[in-house]
Design a protein. Structure first.
Ligand code: SF4
Length: 347
């Protein structure tokens, strides 16, 4: 099929033909928040053959941000440090409340669309801390802002170790990944080859996702574990080397703390410059937090949702106690969260 786009009914028919040839349940996973949205908006799950299960994985940056990081930033806000971060993160409940609630209590908390906005705010609030989160797609922007002198509390993450962790766990058998197109534009296709599983790096239209599913099924039928690139219009073998360089200059690799996984070696990015690293600069405040409390949260099961071991509809609070207006966890807050998408599009 290569890059030729087929009409949706034709693609679905081809998917169905290959799925029939495989004769067992096939478990695929999409690991990008934008794919989660495309799949949900277009009702793709309900169109797939009965033996093809499509799970949602840890692709939503807000959802995978660890409770301890949220609690740390809320503590800084409450201690009088001005905080700026991306909108969805404001409403994620921490153990000590959300950033939005801290703002309601008088803390200086700003919702921004870009690091440039945070840099502008820094002119009025020199103590401002930017709560940086996301994968290789958003990290380069934070890295550039660091070069310009922005102080950052980093929850940025390297994505591939999480995919590797999913493959190592015995909780879920994954036959293939729809791999994240946005991240691949930065890191290229090569690093994905490290994962020994069928993968298709895909774009974000419904057709892209269906082509990816078809190509994955063909690989699985033929016993292959390769990396195919469906998103050739933007993803190149070596990725964006300028973005990679600016990340490497401003961040050092460490163990990343993920909601749903805990610490994953070599999956975190910490600010190199100690003067701009909020975790070092404000260590006196952060060291007083009882982080053991951070793990106790309200019965929300986002951790299992993120690992693909629970379907949002299996959470007893889904759509009842927990809604986008009254979210118990990040998966219901974020536009890219599995729970929110399942509810919004009645998956
Ligand atoms: Fe958490 Fe709400 Fe999702 Fe349940 S429905 S896992 S409480 S976000």
């Amino acid at each position: 099929m290569n890059q030729e786009k087929k009409s949706l009914p034709k693609l679905l028919s081809k998917i169905s033909q290959v799925a029939t040839q495989i004769k067992r349940e096939i478990v695929l996973m999409e690991v990008c928040g934008t794919h989660t949205q495309t799949v949900s908006q277009n009702g793709i799950r309900s169109l797939l053959p009965r033996n093809v299960k499509l799970l949602t994985g840890p692709g939503c940056p807000v959802c995978v941000t660890a409770q301890e990081d949220i609690d740390g930033v809320v503590a800084l806000a409450k201690a009088g440090i001005p905080i700026a971060t991306y909108g969805d993160m404001l409403r994620v409940p921490g153990f000590f409340g959300s950033l939005e609630e801290a703002r309601g209590q008088g803390a200086k908390v700003f919702s921004v669309y870009s690091v440039e906005e945070a840099l502008e705010l820094q002119k009025d609030y020199p103590e401002l801390v930017f709560f940086g989160l996301g994968f290789e797609t958003t990290t380069p922007m934070t890295a550039v802002a660091l070069k310009k002198g922005l102080t950052v509390f980093s929850a940025h993450k390297i994505f591939l170790p999480a995919m590797e962790a999913l493959l190592k766990t015995e909780e879920t058998r994954i036959d293939g990944f729809i791999s994240p197109g946005h991240i691949a534009t930065i890191i290229g296709t090569k690093p994905f080859e490290h994962l020994k599983v069928a993968q298709v790096i895909a774009g974000f239209e419904a057709e892209d996702v269906l082509v990816a599913i078809y190509l994955l099924l063909c690989q699985i039928r033929d016993g292959k574990k390769e990396v195919e690139n469906e998103y050739v219009r933007l993803v190149k073998k070596n990725g964006n080397e300028i973005a990679q360089k600016v990340i490497a200059e401003n961040f050092k690799i460490c163990a990343g703390n993920w909601r749903g996984f805990g610490k994953i070696p070599n999956s975190g990015l910490e600010v190199k410059n100690p003067e701009l690293n909020a975790k070092i600069k404000y260590q006196a405040i952060l060291s007083k937090i009882d982080f053991s409390q951070s793990k106790k949260l309200t019965g929300c099961r986002c951790g299992e949702i993120i690992r693909g071991t629970l379907n949002p509809k299996q959470c007893p609070m889904f759509g009842k106690a927990c809604t986008p207006e009254n979210p118990y966890g990040p998966c219901m807050v974020s536009q890219e969260g599995a729970c929110r998408n399942y509810l919004q599009y009645r998956v």
